[in-house]
Write a protein that binds this ligand. Sequence first.
Ligand SMILES: Nc1ncnc2c1ncn2[C@@H]1O[C@H](COP(=O)(O)OP(=O)(O)OP(=O)(O)O)[C@@H](O)[C@H]1O
Ligand SMILES: [Mg+2]
Length: 257
Amino acid sequence: MSSVQPFLQVRGIAKRYSNIEALKAIDLDLYTGEVLAIVGDNGAGKSTIIKILSGAITPDSGEIIIAGRKYSKLKPKTALDAGISTVYQDLALIDTMDSASNIFLGREHRKHFFCLDDKRMQQEALDLLQQLGIYIPSLYSTVACLSGGQRQGVAVARAIHQGGRLLIFDEPTAAMGLKETATVLRLIRGLAEEGFGVIVVSHNMEQVFKISDRICIMRQGEVVDCVKTSEVNPQDVVAMITGAIDLEDFSIYRSKN
Ligand SMILES: Nc1ncnc2c1ncn2[C@@H]1O[C@H](COP(=O)(O)OP(=O)(O)OP(=O)(O)O)[C@@H](O)[C@H]1O
Ligand SMILES: [Mg+2]
């Protein structure tokens, strides 16, 4: 972990859908330079907290502190301006445009006031992709021709170009092949090494253990515990997800090991 103060602090965030308590006053911290995995069974509340952090839905109570600034709710633009970017595999890109145009979408460089400065954008896009270790076969082909992993790479580059400091991925490798998955996992790890904060929601325990520094376990709208990945094993985490180990037992277990 590269910083002492968390970049993001979630405090007492709650969300109810009529009689379902999707989130029951949860707390969560995220530091820059780390990958935090959020795990939990179906319906545990993982996507709900992600949607609150990206400004897609409004919490009922609690606060979100980003880089020391407090918010009771976020709008998509407020979240982006504060440095939180959620990376969607498919939704975010425009298929008929090339990678550079997608990265610069809405923030294009222009010359002579109205002409797009394609050359500058292509060079900057190339530099950014190289810095992030993202390989795109051709900057000039439309993103429709790219693989899922490469598209995610372009989406990440765009998020960072927009000022993202915390990147959130909800099941980033779902429906991906082995090679693609490896590319995306490498990209996620590389982002943390570059000093970005990363949150990854995943059901895949092997991936979680490969890429994360810490794991937050959610169950029925609550954060059961947040643990260092190096201090637990997959069986413990699965047991915490299902409730086979409760928090007290787990603390005793950890103090003994
Ligand atoms: N728009 C909604 N209206 C009503 N209930 C909702 C809505 N969105 C989520 N919920 C409920 O809130 C709870 C948490 O849902 P959430 O999508 O956050 O779970 P999750 O942990 O992401 O699950 P999964 O692993 O299946 O994606 C669930 O019980 C779900 O049914
Ligand atoms: Mg979900």
